[in-house]
Design a protein around this ligand. Structure first.
Ligand SMILES: [Zn+2]
Length: 407
């Protein structure tokens, strides 16, 4: 049953991020890497809701262009031939990932969209996980590889395979290439994150955003003198992990231009439709309208290397999401899918003028369960190769315990 006239919660004034001033902007394009992943929710979030036992991830990367002509890739998606990752990484995919489909490699996507991969001067990896690192060998050796703190000294990561038989990475990612680890200090922060001014002109900041994986970093690109895109990587994996908050409460009525599944939810969408499955629904509507749906899981098998630190990073991310001049785009946010102009059909630079933040904020609600029923079929039924299910690789079966349903 729907309750009419839900309370409109007044948003609290957002904390100041102390965003530095500059007139130098980047051209920022968001790329669908065609990496579609199905994961058990229990590895990412708590509690696990009945009907939302799986998270489906689309995977974004970014192409950035500096006024000097320098071109940067922020993340690369998954390599199309993911069976050619190091044995460690391919075995991890086989053991841990119920569904994966990669239609195109990042090189194909860029070339098709009119970007010459030979012009890329920098690759930034938000972190070392396979759905972000792609295949760096497709890019010229002159392209510097930027990684976060602790990457280069971690023996799981460097050197790569086959030099180190147990490495998660490949020698071919690093061969002949400068790999630079960003150093951070408390001397320069944006919001509550340590920051590095990459070009020294205020156009692009790399932020230290730890907790998910060794050396996890995010990017903050200036899209106009006053606006920014926050390229979150995997600071978290779902819109409901950092929304709603006291700064961005769930509105009484979800705005009409949010691309929600009208067939499923009806033409008007009071927020009670969505707070009905909120883990804190019994603590009152206001609590449910101002608290993210999920926390980082602390269970064994968590994809977060340091769950409390990851939660702390998410809390800091919420400050950015609260600021109307920052458009937060985490890599796996499906809420962006039907809203923004994807590469090569435009850039994100006009995101504020075009209202893309407001339109995409609540898109994650689409994938929440209703009455314990899932939103839809999973992206793919198993590990896919060239569009076909590869049965012999699909050994992954979730036990009830693995599903971890607690609510
Ligand atoms: Zn990821």
């Amino acid at each position: 049953m729907r309750i009419a006239n839900m309370t409109e919660i007044k948003a609290k004034q957002h904390p100041s991020l102390n965003l530095p001033k500059s007139d130098t902007c980047l051209q920022v394009a968001i790329i669908n890497t065609t990496t579609d992943i199905v994961c058990p929710a229990s590895g990412f979030v708590r509690p696990v809701l009945k009907g939302h036992e799986y998270l489906n991830f689309s995977t974004a990367a970014f192409h950035l262009k500096h006024p000097s002509g320098k071109e940067i890739m922020f993340d690369l998606g998954c390599r199309k031939d993911y069976w050619n990752f190091s044995p460690f990484t391919f075995e991890t995919i086989q053991k841990m990932i119920p569904g994966l489909s990669v239609k195109n490699g990042i090189d194909e996507i860029l070339t098709e969209g009119g970007v010459d991969v030979n012009n890329i001067s920098t690759i930034v990896w938000s972190h070392w996980h396979w759905d972000h690192t792609g295949d760096a060998s497709l890019f010229p050796k002159s392209a510097e590889l930027i990684v976060g703190p602790g990457f280069k000294s971690n023996e799981l990561l460097m050197p790569g395979y086959p030099t180190n038989k147990k490495s998660a990475m490949l020698d071919s990612d690093f061969e002949g290439r400068k790999v630079r680890e960003i150093e951070f200090s408390d001397g320069f922060k944006i919001g509550r994150f340590q920051a590095c001014d990459f070009f020294g002109d205020g156009s692009f900041y790399v932020l230290n955003v730890p907790g998910h994986a060794v050396g996890h970093i995010s990017g903050l690109a200036r899209t106009t003198p006053d606006t920014f895109v926050f390229m979150g990587g995997d600071v978290c994996h779902f819109g409901g992990s950092f929304r709603p908050t006291i700064y961005r409460p769930l509105p009484a009525e979800i705005p009409e231009d949010t691309p929600l599944d009208k067939k499923r939810f009806g033409m008007s969408c009071p927020c009670s439709t969505f707070t009905a499955c909120h883990p804190l629904k019994n603590e009152g509507e206001e609590k449910a309208q101002t608290t993210p749906y999920y926390q980082v899981t602390t269970a064994e098998g968590s994809w977060y290397i340091d769950p409390p630190m990851a939660q702390d990073s998410i809390n800091k991310l919420e400050d950015f999401d609260a600021d109307p001049n920052v458009f937060v785009c985490i890599a796996h946010d499906e809420g962006l899918n039907d809203v923004v102009d994807w590469f090569p059909n435009g850039t994100l630079n006009d995101w504020k003028k075009r209202g893309w933040k407001e339109k995409s904020l609540w898109g994650f609600l689409n994938t929440l369960p209703m009455n314990g029923k899932p939103a839809r079929e999973n992206f793919c039924p198993g590990l896919m190769k060239d569009g076909k299910l590869v049965n012999e690789w699909s050994r992954f079966e979730l036990s009830d315990k693995d599903r971890g349903v607690t609510v």
